[in-house]
Design a protein around this ligand. Structure first.
Ligand code: HEM
Length: 468
């Protein structure tokens, strides 16, 4: 089913039903801000397309896998980026994440070679090295803030894949310093009116300073790499050398720089949260953990995983796929450029359209017992029965995540490398909850204790593999 360009309401079309629970004046804004996952998960009961009110304006929530696919893939490119993207334009510049239409297609074409299989195989060396270096420094019995540790691991991995040569050494240090601060601030900025963002408050000044420092460090490394002219096999080299097949055009330094910042922002907390949730679920599901350990022991015998190991780690891949299902991005926004028809529901021109991979991935008709962590959902014969569009952790269509293979490769290599040596055991603390921040579902603080694998089962006698 594809959205039609122009429609008027007829006997066969209708307005979307309004979602219940709107407050006078405030509409559904408070519900979406205060308990976004519960609120969005309640909407499929009201219909496949539901009207909500945000800041006085209507927005349309699409709850049906087939219709979500229409938005993403049907007449690809018809829907533009949502209004929120304007809030992060000072950070992302004219990168692929903010562009629309022909410019978006051009940037995607130029970026494509950076994610070819041969290139991913080269970045994999950084994925292995970062996981091995970080995890070797953990102390047996020590408790880590595992959510933060995984975000940092993801950040360093993307930064090293971007800049592998010495030219990038200073930029990596700056990325580590300023990017976490920037990522923390983005959700707050998305919610505030522009006028407040321009006030010289300490938070705004900190954010502006961090953006300036990050942009200056990456700009410097782009200039140095352009002058150096060598292909270092990293993402930066690919972007500098990329040539549009149709026009012969290349990216300017500014454009290369903006793509780099887009990738740093898009590729850090997404992968970091996936890694953190994976170890959280392994700790809660001893049977799954035991099967994963059997596989990593057999293939790796305690050594770090490398790219060539991936085909021999199918269970690890299914564990990662299940973490991506269970904790998928919770919101994607679009803007309807003209009047369109979704199913029999008419969406007016200029309306905000939103949907949630997280909500789709928790629909019991698609995924029975959706809260259960069951990696075998991804056995090929079971996965083949899922309808098209039911699994969209990376989105779909013209804006599908270009880093999807990068992220899967990274997650398999890093989960296997860590699990070959360590068990992560939940430390005492408040119950772990799901927190929707940015577009990502994060765990609230996730303290975990590091137990070396050789000893871990003996120390945790009640959870030995033979008792699970
Ligand atoms: C588990 C990890 C990841 C998840 C779940 C994820 C998810 C997504 C999703 C859902 C989108 C599409 C948003 C939309 O339709 O508006 C997206 C876009 C994007 N992602 Fe990822 N991503 C991940 C990792 C990465 C990595 C590692 C990189 C780069 C190294 C990356 C770079 C990008 C970029 C540049 C875009 C914008 C594409 C465009 O607008 O055309 N992502 N990601």
């Amino acid at each position: 089913m594809t959205p039609n360009a122009t429609t008027t309401e007829t006997a066969s079309t209708r307005r979307a039903p309004a979602a219940p629970g709107a407050l006078p004046l405030l509409g559904h804004g408070p519900a979406l801000l205060r308990r976004p996952l519960d609120f969005l998960c309640s909407l499929p009961a009201a219909g496949p397309v539901v009207r909500i009110r945000l800041g006085g304006l209507p927005a349309y929530v699409v709850n049906d896998a087939d219709l979500v696919r229409s938005v993403l893939v049907g007449e690809a490119g018809r829907f533009d980026q949502g209004v929120l993207i304007e809030k992060v334009r000072p950070l992302l510049g004219s990168g692929v994440g903010t562009a629309d239409g022909a410019e978006h297609r051009r940037l995607r074409r130029l970026m494509q070679p950076a994610f070819h299989k041969a290139r991913i195989a080269r970045y994999a060396a950084a994925m292995t090295a970062v996981a091995a270096e970080r995890s070797i420094a953990w102390q047996p019995g020590r408790t880590l803030r595992f959510d933060e540790e995984m975000n940092e691991l993801a950040l360093i991995t993307v930064a090293r894949a971007l800049f592998s040569s010495d030219l990038g050494a200073d930029a990596i240090i700056e990325v580590q310093r300023s990017l976490p601060l920037i990522l923390d601030e983005i959700p707050r900025r998305a919610m505030l009116p522009d006028a407040l963002l321009r006030l010289p408050t300490p938070a705004n000044r900190r954010f502006d300073r961090a953006v300036r420092r990050l942009r200056s460090a990456t700009r410097h490394v782009v200039e140095a790499a352009r002058a150096d002219g060598t292909d270092h096999g990293d993402l930066l080299s690919v972007l500098l050398l990329a040539e549009d097949e149709a026009t012969g055009e290349r990216l300017t330094d500014d454009q290369v720089h903006d793509q780099l910042v887009n990738m740093l922002v898009a590729g850090t907390e997404t992968t970091g949260a996936t890694l953190a949730w994976t170890f959280h679920e392994l700790a809660r599901n001893p049977t799954v953990e035991h099967r994963l350990h059997q596989e990593t022991d057999e293939v790796l015998s305690g050594r770090p995983a490398v790219f060539e190991d991936i085909p021999r780690l199918p269970y690890t891949l299914r564990v990662v796929q299940e973490a991506l299902r269970r904790y998928a991005p919770w919101i994607i926004l679009r803007l309807s450029p003209g009047e369109v028809l979704l199913g029999d529901v008419r969406i007016p021109a200029g309306a905000t359209v939103l949907f949630s991979p997280y909500v789709l991935h928790h629909q019991p008709e698609l995924y029975p017992d959706p809260l259960a962590f069951d990696p075998d959902r991804w056995l090929p014969e079971r996965a083949a029965k899922l309808p098209k569009g039911a699994s969209i952790p990376f989105g779909a269509g013209s804006r599908q995540c270009p880093g999807n293979v990068f992220a899967l490769t990274q997650a398999v290599i890093q989960v296997a490398t860590i699990a070959a040596r360590w068990r992560l055991h939940p430390a005492q603390g408040p119950r772990i909850r799901e927190l929707a921040r940015g577009a990502v579902v994060h765990p609230t603080a996730l303290p975990m204790r590091c137990l070396p694998r050789e000893h871990s089962y003996a120390q945790e006698g009640d959870r030995s593999p033979s008792t699970v």
